[in-house]
Design a protein around this ligand. Structure first.
Ligand SMILES: Nc1nc2c(ncn2[C@@H]2O[C@H](COP(=O)(O)OP(=O)(O)OP(=O)(O)O)[C@@H](O)[C@H]2O)c(=O)[nH]1
Ligand SMILES: [Mg+2]
Length: 361
């Protein structure tokens, strides 16, 4: 299928607008009730607005209601001098939502169903300090930004075989096709092991060079890999060319460009543990391409990469595994390596926790 870059990019733009991973809403705390100066009665405080995660909610649900206002505090009366507090409002959001102000100041990350994040405080009820006049509640816009929670994040150029791999490793049925930008929204699949252990893997839309300048699907999808423990690079061993008008990139160049896009999005991402899977080993000529890429990586030979494309911080791969996602070659090996690397990471984190606890004592 031949598509020009212009068509691809236009399409990607349209698709992007269909996927909801961020919603902006207005929140307002309730006003405080009036006090009773003659009897010293206090008005009730206005209700607060909170955000809380719930696994049954989707981002779509959040679009239904854009304004959330908490209840007003009760006025003080002769029969009830202390007015009761206005009703709180709890906005339910999907798990993995990051709550931020309009200028991206993070108020909280909701990875579990328990905690609540206060987003608008109700006004103080009327009392002596405010001359018995109830105060206004806090108000403003907030952003609810979805970040998927997965153990492993799949990153790669379009058409590399990321979705084919997700299908080979899990029971999910992602869309697979021979043209770029087939995957338009992130999807999480569960990889199951014989001992019931499960590892979640997020399949993301393909990145291309210049993604940080919003080419293709852009690179905002990378927010979904921020919380993953392990990055799984999926690269076509034969290289990639978006269209006739774009340069051909070898697999080594692809790896460097992916590294660069990650770095431009968030430099910390390049320090995450990563595994490299070189895919499409079933196609003729794969072995030569593999040897060449391996050699360049092992020798850290970046001389063929121009200065502006060269990442400042190189990702150190824990493993380089040649596979064929379509034919199932070395998929079990990759599955085992994902497992052992995740286990090692947990072990390291556990030891770190023990150390920190000991230091705090
Ligand atoms: N020969 C061969 N073809 C493969 C292999 N893996 C994937 N493909 C083919 O490559 C094409 C792209 O595969 P996808 O899994 O859709 O690729 P993707 O990385 O998810 O692509 P985007 O969603 O566009 O980013 C499809 O035609 C697949 O059948 C492989 O191991 N060998
Ligand atoms: Mg895909």
């Amino acid at each position: 299928m031949v598509l020009t870059t212009a068509v691809l990019l236009r399409k990607a733009g349209r698709w992007r607008s269909n996927f909801i991973d961020q919603v902006r809403i207005h929140v307002k705390g309730g006003a405080g009730g009036q006090g009773h100066p003659a009897y010293g009665g206090k008005g009730g405080n206005g209700g607060d607005v909170f955000v809380k995660a719930n696994k049954n909610i989707s981002m779509k649900d959040l679009k239904m209601k854009r304004r959330h206002v908490a209840g007003i505090g009760e006025n003080s009366r002769v029969r009830a001098l202390q007015g009761s507090k206005g009703n709180d409002v709890i906005i339910k959001v999907p798990l993995g939502v990051c709550v931020a102000t309009d200028d991206r100041h993070v108020l909280g990350d909701l990875d579990t169903e328990g905690p609540k994040v206060l987003v608008a405080k109700g006004g103080l009820g009327g009392c002596h300090d405010n001359k018995w006049s109830g105060e206004k509640g806090q108000g403003g816009n907030i952003k609810l930004i979805l970040k998927l929670i997965a153990d492993v994040g799949l990153v790669g150029f379009p058409n590399a075989g990321k979705s084919t791999l997700l299908k080979a490793l899990s029971r999910s049925q992602p869309k697979i096709a021979s043209y770029p930008f087939t995957t338009i929204r992130p999807q999480v699949g569960i990889v199951e092991y014989p001992d019931q252990r499960q590892i979640s893997l997020a399949d993301l839309p393909g990145l291309i060079e210049g993604a940080h300048m919003n080419y293709g699907m852009g690179h905002t999808f990378l927010r979904h890999v921020e919380r993953t423990k392990l990055l799984l690079f999926m690269v076509d061993v034969h290289g990639f060319q978006l269209s006739d008008r774009n340069p051909f990139r070898s697999s080594f160049e692809t790896i460097m460009l992916l590294n660069k896009e990650l770095e431009l999005y968030k430099p910390e991402l390049t320090r995450k543990p990563a595994i490299l899977a070189l895919n499409k080993m079933d196609i003729e000529g794969a072995e030569e391409c593999l040897q060449e890429t391996r050699k360049l990586l092992q020798e850290s030979d970046y001389s063929s990469i121009s200065e502006e494309l060269r990442p400042a911080s190189m990702i150190q791969f824990e493993d380089i595994i040649p596979v064929s996602a379509q034919e199932g070659h070395s998929i079990d090996l990759l599955k085992d390596r994902i497992r052992s690397t995740i286990d090692e990471i947990h072990q390291r984190e556990h030891q770190q926790d023990i150390k920190e606890q000991a230091n705090n004592r």
